[in-house]
Design a protein around this ligand. Structure first.
Ligand code: ZN
Length: 164
């Protein structure tokens, strides 16, 4: 189960990645590119464009809501968490995260206070971005819990990535 999101769904794409799903997203992707990549890579299209799927005669999921948590709720029955990466994916580039590289290795990549106060880190295999357990994590977990009861929330995200 792999996805490709249209240009209007950047925030949804980031949250799905944090939950471990494989979601391609390119700001400003054209309809043509969206279609081409979805066919080549067998990715399900996620779109906010009511007419796009009809016009192109393709299968995909029309996302009905503007709010990202309502969007996630809409996908509740579609998402198969057995296929999600266990640690999560990079919210920025969709790469798989490696859990807990040793602390010394990430020292240069994180602010001092984070290094001193965080116990767990993860690093993107593709772009090298380092993630850590932070105070906003609890908030994210609570939100995820309201959409997916009993589901452990995203392990690693960075506060600045969860906004618009
Ligand atoms: Zn990355």
């Amino acid at each position: 189960m792999k996805f490709i999101a249209d240009a209007m769904l950047g925030r949804l794409a980031r949250w799905l990645r944090a939950l471990g799903f494989d979601v391609l997203y390119h700001r400003g992707i054209s309809d043509g590119q969206l279609l081409k990549i979805s066919r080549e890579q067998e990715r399900t299209i996620l779109t906010r464009d009511t007419l796009f799927l009809k016009r192109k005669g393709v299968d995909g999921i029309f996302i009905r809501h503007d709010d990202v948590f309502e969007q996630l709720a809409q996908l509740r029955d579609t998402l198969d968490f057995r296929e999600a990466a266990s640690v999560g994916r990079c919210m920025i580039c969709n790469g798989l995260l490696d859990p807990a590289p040793c602390r010394e290795e990430v020292r240069e990549s994180v602010p001092d206070f984070v290094y001193l106060t965080s116990r767990e880190f993860a690093r993107c295999r593709d772009c090298g971005r380092v993630y850590w357990e932070g105070s906003h994590q609890r908030k994210m977990r609570e939100k995820i819990e309201t959409v997916f009861p009993g589901r452990r929330g995203p392990l690693f995200a960075r506060e600045e990535d969860t906004g618009k």
